[in-house]
Design a protein around this ligand. Structure first.
Ligand code: IMP
Ligand code: MG
Length: 180
């Protein structure tokens, strides 16, 4: 029987490491946003596992929305961001927290931040599970991130390679032969 694990060269972050860190960041956000009733906006699909774990550690009143964008095909960005699912509700005067799986070139989050700014929210901040600062092209940073990762293509815990490996419960690096 084939398992997703068979394609993983090595584990970068174990499920336990992720769990501990996500709890720490969730509690920090809860402190910072007390009495602000923030709106968590998850960027699909990569955010789904991270968002589900994070939000359970944020024990303050808040709301949850999702957007869907696409910019990637395989392991490299096409540079063009397309909004596939937009927010329905009004965010004017609201505190927005964008939740993404990874900040890589920064093109996606830079685009999204500017796209939402026009609707005049009270604030927009960014929380990402992973940050790959070495790859940054756009002037954007995460206000909260759990881990910095080296410049390798990673999968698991929501992150995909051509839509696969999202179900891996930890973050791993794919075997090179998987790309060919
Ligand atoms: P950016 O626009 O280059 O910052 O990329 C953002 C999106 O690219 C993320 O939300 C991911 O979906 C995808 N991405 C970037 N790096 C990786 C990676 O190492 N593994 C899986 N997806 C990635
Ligand atoms: Mg992706």
């Amino acid at each position: 029987m084939r398992r997703v694990e068979d394609d993983i060269a090595y584990t970068l972050l174990t499920h336990d490491e992720i769990y501990d860190k996500v709890h720490e960041v969730g509690r920090k956000i809860a402190e910072d946003y007390r009495d602000k009733n923030p709106v968590f906006v998850g960027v699909l699909k990569g955010c789904f596992m991270f968002m589900a774990d994070l939000i359970r550690c944020v024990d303050i009143p808040c709301e949850i929305e999702f957007m869907a964008v696409s910019s990637y095909s395989g392991t490299s960005s096409t540079g063009a961001v397309r909004i596939q699912k937009d927010l329905k509700g009004d965010i004017n005067g609201r505190h927005i927290i964008l939740v993404e799986d990874i900040l890589d070139s920064g093109i996606t989050l830079n685009y999204l931040k500017n796209y939402l700014k026009v609707r005049e929210p009270a604030s927009i901040s960014i929380v990402t599970l992973l940050d790959k600062p070495a790859r940054r092209q756009a002037p954007v940073y995460s206000d909260y991130h759990c881990f910095e990762v080296p410049d390798a293509f990673v999968v698991g815990y929501g992150l995909d390679y051509n839509e696969r490996y999202r179900n891996l419960p930890y973050i791993g690096v794919l075997k090179p032969e998987v790309y060919s």
